[in-house]
Write a new protein. Structure first.
Length: 69
């Protein structure tokens, strides 16, 4: 499944599984490289979504502040 099709939570969960697998040394070299690349893709997706959420929250906070009497 493409990373873009995942929810934030799904991407985070998959990334955590990849990290655990790499830390345990369960993968051979070629598989470890593939896992690392997938992990980078998932990490970028998660960071992008968090940045977007932060921007939205900041915008909503500004709007709320502007409407205060």
């Amino acid at each position: 499944m493409s990373a873009a099709d995942l929810t934030f939570e799904e991407a985070q969960r998959e990334l955590e599984q990849i990290v655990e697998r790499l830390e345990r040394g369960e993968a051979g070299l070629d598989e470890a490289i593939t896992l690392w690349e997938r992990g980078e893709e998932l990490y970028k997706l998660c960071v992008g979504r968090l940045d977007a959420a932060q921007g939205k929250i900041e915008e909503l906070a500004r709007r709320a502040e502007e409407t205060r009497p």
